[in-house]
Write a protein of this length. Structure first.
Length: 191
């Protein structure tokens, strides 16, 4: 049923989570099985999700107006990717502090200013965590910075980043979303 504004009314009693079981796969991944009852006296259905710590996505801009990007090998894709600096929030860590930590660890750029872009669901059908996106203005890169093993840092102008997106070289949907949020909040312009 819909109300006068066209919004669908939600029955607050259904669906119900009848049970939840978590299996640990590794320190970074859990599999969560939920038995869900959608209506009274209906059989439950099992839904699985991957549980992880919350993600952090960082849209950063260096003092000279370039975006620090990270190239790394991703075993899940069996390929090298070009991405925004990113990582997992440590348990109990403020996502803003985690973003500053990850940016420095991955790129060597300290944070001058940080602005929240928003928190979203990375995949509503399969992942139970959140992604926290931030825009960071950086200071100059620290001297003698060495990236983590397996990472290389590239700097891209806005037009170079747009070309990488259009060609498919930069194709992480989560990071494209962070860039969109930064643009919608008028921190960056991609053309």
């Amino acid at each position: 049923a819909a109300n006068m504004t066209g919004n669908v009314r939600v029955n607050q009693q259904w669906p119900k989570i009848k049970s939840r079981h978590t299996s640990t796969v590794s320190p970074w991944v859990n599999i969560i099985a939920r038995e869900v009852e959608f209506a009274p006296d209906e059989p439950t259905q099992t839904y699985h999700a991957v549980g992880q710590l919350d993600y952090l996505a960082i849209v950063a801009l260096s003092p000279d107006g370039r975006f620090p990007l990270v190239r790394q090998y991703r075993p899940a894709l069996e390929a090298f990717t070009l991405e925004l600096p990113a990582g997992l929030a440590e348990p109990g860590e403020d996502p803003a502090i985690g973003c500053q930590r990850e940016l420095l660890e991955e790129t060597g750029y300290p944070t001058r200013a940080i602005h929240p872009l928003g928190t979203a669901a990375p995949c509503t059908g399969r992942l139970s965590n959140r992604i926290h996106s931030y825009f960071l203005q950086t200071e100059d890169r620290i001297d003698r910075f060495t990236p983590e093993p397996g990472l290389s840092v590239e700097l891209a102008t806005a037009s170079e980043l747009v070309a990488m997106i259009k060609s498919g070289e930069f194709n992480s949907q989560l990071h494209l979303g962070a860039l969109l949020l930064a643009g919608l909040r008028n921190f960056i312009v991609l053309r």
